[in-house]
Design a protein around this ligand. Structure first.
Ligand SMILES: Nc1ncnc2c1ncn2[C@@H]1O[C@H](COP(=O)(O)OP(=O)(O)OP(=O)(O)O)[C@@H](O)[C@H]1O
Ligand SMILES: [Mg+2]
Length: 438
């Protein structure tokens, strides 16, 4: 039981004492009463060395759910699941996991820099005054959290601990919330629920580089304070490049899942002009990843549009508005495939190459798809992968279950067959090209 409640239970005893005291006061001189009251107050403060803070669920006219209350609720959820005896369970907003929180009149202890403190949940039930509707005239429950701590820790708790609880609580909310995948048609975003199972654990690539990328992302996500201190927008650009089927889109989904961010899939070819692009970018929320897929092709398409238009308008004088539009497109077109201004540091801070499947990446796929970590055919595959370029997507295709009773050997053999076929093709085509050059 937390010390706050122990003293709470004393409330009724104190009440009775007050009654006796009121009777007593009538029979003793005023000065003596004053002295006794002064000392008894000191005694109460001395005997009750704890401070309590109450955080109500609703603030103002019960219209707004308090930010602080929900941050505390999130912060306490993990502590509640290990400490509280009575819990409340609900399906989280992502519709996947069960979210537990402490039931009313439960309490959990917490520790911060070696200081002990206690959180208790409770509710007041009051008859609502409002007669606006039937529901409102029913009794209202007002929930709250009460924090109790020793008064000697006041500075730490009020100064650092509460900030820490708010930050942690908000971070947990970002992680648990239902995330969205936005796409644009023209200058408007529309969204669906984002539920992609990709994670860095299942992404097949060089393990060291993977660790570096995860580290980079986590460092970035925690560096808000740093960015504002140096006066830079808190954003980071990644350029993912590599042949089709090497996991670029999968990595983006894994990034969003790692950080708990929303995804904005920006279709550049649907954007007509800069003002539209600006509008779209302004409308994106914080904690999000903006993806421009196939950025080289998008730029090229813009170029093709220009070409087509030029053909249609050959010999015709362009009106000034269109001229400006043409200019912008020409700017893009005259740049090489990726404009250096686009990929410079600050725009694209990190360049990540996703490439053909190496042996390490293959082993991860075999573990994910076939649940095996070694096999006598691994040696053959290792040798073939040194010579043959095959994408992780193609390897994955061979490892996909094709019937309910296929075993690992069948899938590995099908992969070896494909690799040998590719090797044979490569040998033939190099023989042809050496004939041609004669
Ligand atoms: N590195 C990888 N690790 C795990 N799975 C992969 C990897 N690369 C590809 N895959 C598998 O192949 C499928 C296609 O990959 P993905 O869409 O990520 O490729 P991409 O590089 O974005 O290709 P594109 O350039 O065509 O867009 C994925 O759904 C995934 O199952
Ligand atoms: Mg892709």
């Amino acid at each position: 039981m937390n010390p706050g409640d122990t003293f709470g239970h004393l409330g009724s005893i104190v009440g009775s004492l007050m009654f006796v005291w009121a009777m007593f006061k009538q029979f003793f001189p005023y000065q003596l009463i004053n002295q006794i009251e002064k000392h008894s107050q000191r005694l109460v403060i001395y005997m009750y060395p704890y401070i309590q803070i109450t955080f109500n669920e609703f603030t103002g006219e019960r219209l707004m759910r308090s930010e602080a209350y929900s941050a505390i609720e999130n912060y306490l959820s993990s502590k509640a699941s290990t400490q509280a005896k009575r819990l409340k369970g609900d399906i989280g907003k992502n519709n996947q996991s069960l979210v537990l929180s402490m039931d009313d009149h439960e309490e959990v202890a917490d520790e911060f820099n070696g200081l002990k403190l206690w959180w208790a949940s409770g509710k007041h039930i009051s008859k609502a005054q409002s007669t606006v509707s039937f529901h409102h005239s029913m009794s209202e429950e007002r929930r709250y959290y009460k924090l109790t701590f020793h008064k000697r820790n006041r500075d730490v708790i009020l100064g650092t601990y509460l900030n820490y609880v708010m930050e942690e609580g908000k971070a947990i909310r970002v992680k648990n919330r239902q995330r969205k995948l936005y796409t644009n048609s023209g200058a408007h975003w529309s969204h669906v629920v984002f539920e992609h199972p990709a994670t860095f654990q299942t992404l097949a690539m060089d393990p060291e580089e993977k660790e570096m990328i995860i580290d980079d992302l986590i460092t970035f996500s925690k560096a808000g304070g740093f960015y504002s201190r140096i006066g830079r927008a808190w954003k980071r650009g990644y350029l993912l490049y590599g042949p089709p089927g090497t996991g670029k889109s999968t990595m983006i989904a894994a990034m969003a899942n790692l950080l708990g961010y929303d995804l904005y899939d920006l279709e550049l070819t649907a954007v007509k002009e800069n003002t539209e692009l600006r509008k779209l970018l302004i409308e994106t929320s914080s904690k999000s990843i903006i993806v421009i897929e196939d950025i080289d092709c998008s730029l090229d398409l813009t170029g093709q549009r220009r070409k087509k238009k030029e053909k249609e308008e050959e010999g015709k004088e362009k009106d000034p508005g269109q001229k400006q539009q043409g200019m912008q497109e020409r700017d893009v077109r005259t740049s090489q495939k990726l404009d250096p201004a686009l990929v410079r540091k600050g725009r694209m801070d990190k360049h990540i190459e996703l490439s053909y499947c190496g042996f390490e990446a293959f082993k991860l796929l075999a573990k994910n798809y076939l649940n095996i970590e070694s096999h006598h055919l691994f040696g053959t595959i290792h040798e073939l992968l040194k010579e043959i370029k095959i994408t992780p997507a193609d390897v994955a295709e061979h490892l996909m279950p094709k019937s309910s009773f296929g075993d690992a050997e069948i899938y590995l053999k099908s992969l070896i067959q494909a690799l040998e076929l590719a090797k044979e093709d490569a040998r033939k085509s190099s023989a042809w090209s050496s004939l041609d050059s004669k």
